[in-house]
Design a protein around this ligand. Structure first.
Ligand SMILES: NC(=O)c1ccc[n+]([C@@H]2O[C@H](COP(=O)([O-])OP(=O)(O)OC[C@H]3O[C@@H](n4cnc5c(N)ncnc54)[C@H](OP(=O)(O)O)[C@@H]3O)[C@@H](O)[C@H]2O)c1
Length: 348
């Protein structure tokens, strides 16, 4: 791996983007070259002010053309909504792209997207990598790492547990917390496409085991608030939805091979029924020989505050592989191409 400094652009400054800016400013392996924002109030501000650190000397722009014209090694592309055409333009402009929006793995359903990306990579001599905690780490790279010490794998379960009271974000409203249970069950907050989006991770795991995902099934149930729950943007009323459990299974050879159990709550103690879903974080349980389990969770911080690190983890899952993606041969870079990625400046 080269010892060079990587010039990086942060595209969008939400939760993920701000974490990335703080890291780019702090890690000498990176030089922040540009920041793209959409919020007019952020235009013209120093990136450090937006990320609540000291001045960086990099001023936020809302002009994509200025970013396209800029000399940089990589764009960490983290806006709210996907924009594949813009990602392709960035790749053609000679910048590698790492993005928590994916796409993550060439699953048949997303083949046209990957073909577009591959063509842009070829034109620009650049690489693209879809990153994140899930998809991107907990449901694909982590189980693929764990199976390497097993003798036989029957089925892989991933439990994602997120306490949104500890981690208030716009997902609370977006996901439909506070809605009537029957209403949300009929119209879930997550789009019908979501299981297939996560299906990319299932396919990555399946291919890592020499198999393929042939079908994906979905299940959804909810829990209600046992009392009014206050959070920074409002109140979840007693009897409305305060817990959501999505379960998606990827089938291979006529049986489920990979199942993602996603438990999202407004405080696990505030819901009925009570779900025995464990602490916030990620748990991989593998049925096979020997059966095994691994947990990823944040240790309690010194200040004792309730905190969930899903969004910072998402930022770092991408940021930490930027050097490896920049140094990789041009094209789509999945975890299989990255192998065990070498990080830069992380141990300091
Ligand atoms: N793969 C994974 O594991 C994973 C996990 C979590 C999130 N994600 C994805 O990562 C992306 C960033 O997540 P985040 O938590 O940082 O999101 P966020 O806090 O909601 O920020 C998204 C940013 O997108 C920009 N934006 C553009 N159009 C917008 C609109 N119409 N409304 C609001 N913001 C808009 C804004 O940038 P400016 O403020 O700079 O204008 C905003 O700050 C999302 O697409 C999310 O789905 C992936």
């Amino acid at each position: 791996m080269s010892a060079k400094t990587y010039r990086v652009v942060q595209w969008a400054t939400g939760h993920v983007g701000k974490t990335a800016i703080r890291h780019f400013a702090d890690n000498p392996a990176f030089e922040l070259a540009g920041v793209l924002v959409t919020n007019p109030e952020k235009v013209g501000k120093d990136a450090g002010e937006i990320a609540r650190i000291g001045a960086t000397g990099v001023i936020a722009t809302d002009d994509p053309e200025a970013i396209i014209a800029m000399d940089a090694d990589c764009v960490h592309f983290a806006p709210l909504m996907p924009d594949l055409d813009m990602v392709c333009r960035l790749l053609r402009s000679g910048k590698n792209v790492v993005s928590p929006l994916g796409p993550f793995y060439p699953f048949e359903r997303y083949k046209p997207d990957f073909e577009k990306l591959a063509a842009a990579c070829e034109d620009g001599g650049t690489s693209f990598h879809g990153s994140g905690i899930h998809p991107g780490f907990a449901g694909d790279l982590l189980p693929l790492t764990l199976v390497r010490i097993m003798e036989r794998v029957e089925r892989i379960h991933l439990y994602e547990v997120i306490d949104h009271l500890a981690n208030p974000s716009n997902y609370i409203e977006f996901m439909g917390f506070g809605r009537e249970p029957d209403d949300l069950l009929a119209n879930p907050g997550r789009s019908p496409e979501a299981p297939y989006m996560f299906g990319q991770s299932m396919q990555m795991v399946a291919e890592g085991l020499g198999k393929s995902i042939e079908d994906i099934t979905a299940d959804f149930n909810v829990a209600v608030a046992t009392h009014d729950i206050e959070y920074p943007n409002g109140v979840i009323r007693k009897g409305t939805v305060a817990g959501q459990h999505y379960e998606w299974s990827g089938w291979s050879g006529g049986k489920p091979l990979v199942t993602y159990h996603c438990f999202w709550t407004m405080g696990p103690e505030n819901i009925d029924p009570q779900w025995d879903c464990g602490d916030s974080g990620y748990r991989v349980r593998i049925e096979g020989d020997p059966p095994m389990e691994a947990t990823v969770k944040a240790l309690p911080p010194a200040d004792g505050e309730r905190r969930y690190l899903g969004l910072p983890w998402t930022a770092m899952a991408g940021v930490n592989v930027i050097p490896a993606v920049c140094d990789a041969a041009p094209g789509i870079v999945t975890h299989f191409e990255l192998g065990t990625a070498r990080t830069r400046g992380l141990a300091r």
